[in-house]
Design a protein around this ligand. Structure first.
Ligand SMILES: [Zn+2]
Length: 350
């Protein structure tokens, strides 16, 4: 079942790159004025000392990079800001923007809960804190639903740099919170991916054993081609290097009915591609094999490119025609992990 109102489903959006720099900066300025929460006040003071003007802060988050590793560094700036204390506010602002400017009716928001809790705790205490974050995100999204009718669910990211036990705890948490969480993901730099591949595969296998839906970053850059993980994925995070470098694998991808989550602007920001024409064979090979592609933004707030504009740029650069664009829009709903199949009636015009 797909939507009939031309709205969008966003399947690949990281919380760390989903809140606009302007919203983060305004939050910091307000917290600096407010002394009722000393921890937030001190965090805001530290950030505003480092980034005394909004322009400086924005430049830090949106600066061009030439590798995935450098690109991911921006998350280290935003993650400490997205703690339990501030989460409800940011989720509300994020959903407001998605509703007002993107016509999004379904959103799977992904993030690593471990990067948003105090560091250095024993794993069992970390688990409680992570559960608190997931709960806070869910409650904030539910409250926002009154104003912004977006079907919302969470994907918990494991990280290639984290120990096996910590990633395992994230899988367990997803299993224990099925109402709030629809799936798990694996994200993080390529080099750590290669080093920890056996552990990563074990946790992906654990997630499947537990009956979870699984998506995973892979085949994003030439250095992240890990066929070992493909068996465990329901959807493939990026996957563009499969048609570009290992097209033989497409037969298996088609057989497993895996959908590629393609996030075009990211590939320019990580130096993976230089022109849209390089993406054309990705779409063409997949369409030829009957493989679905969902267009996603990845980190729209770092790119200043919202989902409808991702589609429009693929269209105007000649990668997709209108029919193919619609095919991708509908594919996102079909491959969504929790799409209920109906559009909220408040979306009807007038
Ligand atoms: Zn991503």
């Amino acid at each position: 079942m797909t939507s009939t109102d031309r709205s969008y489903a966003e399947l690949h959006l990281h919380l760390g790159g989903a809140v606009l720099p302007r919203i983060l900066y305004t939050y910091l300025q307000r917290r600096k004025q407010d002394r009722s929460d000393p921890e937030q006040h001190s965090l805001a003071t530290t950030y505003l000392r480092r980034y005394p003007t909004f322009e400086k802060f924005e430049r830090r988050l949106t600066r061009p990079c030439d590798t995935l590793e450098k690109y991911l560094e921006a998350h280290k700036v935003t993650e400490p800001l997205q703690s339990q204390a501030s989460m409800a506010y940011f989720i509300n602002r994020l959903l407001r923007g998605a509703f007002a400017f993107e016509n999004i009716s379904y959103l799977e928001l992904r993030y690593n809960p471990y990067f948003r809790i105090p560091r250095g705790l024993p794993l069992n205490e970390s688990r409680d804190h992570m559960a608190g974050i997931v709960q806070t995100v869910a409650i904030a999204a539910q409250a926002a639903f009154q104003q912004f009718p977006i079907v919302f669910t969470q994907i918990l990211c494991m990280d290639t740099r984290l120990p096996k036990a910590t990633n395992g705890a994230i899988v367990e948490l997803a299993t224990e919170m099925p109402k709030e969480v629809c799936a798990v993901d694996i994200a993080g730099p390529d080099e750590a991916y290669r080093e920890n591949l056996p552990d990563i595969v074990e946790n992906l296998a654990l997630a499947k054993e537990k009956g979870l839906k699984v998506t995973g970053h892979c085949f994003e850059t030439p250095d992240s081609c890990f066929p070992e993980v493909l068996d465990y994925l329901d959807r493939i995070g990026h996957g563009i290097q499969i048609p570009l470098r290992m097209p033989k694998l497409l037969t298996q991808v088609a057989k497993r009915k895996q959908c590629l989550e393609v996030c075009p602007t990211t590939y320019f920001r990580t130096g993976t591609i230089r022109s849209y024409s390089e993406l054309k064979p990705v779409f063409q090979h997949c369409f030829d094999m009957g493989i679905d592609i969902a267009i996603c933004t990845d980190n729209s707030a770092f790119h200043n490119v919202r989902l409808p504009l991702e589609f429009e740029r693929l269209l105007t650069s000649g990668v997709l025609d209108f029919t193919q664009m619609e095919r991708c829009r509908q594919a996102a709903f079909r491959h969504a992990f929790r799409w209920p199949g109906t559009i909220d009636e408040r979306r009807s015009v007038l």
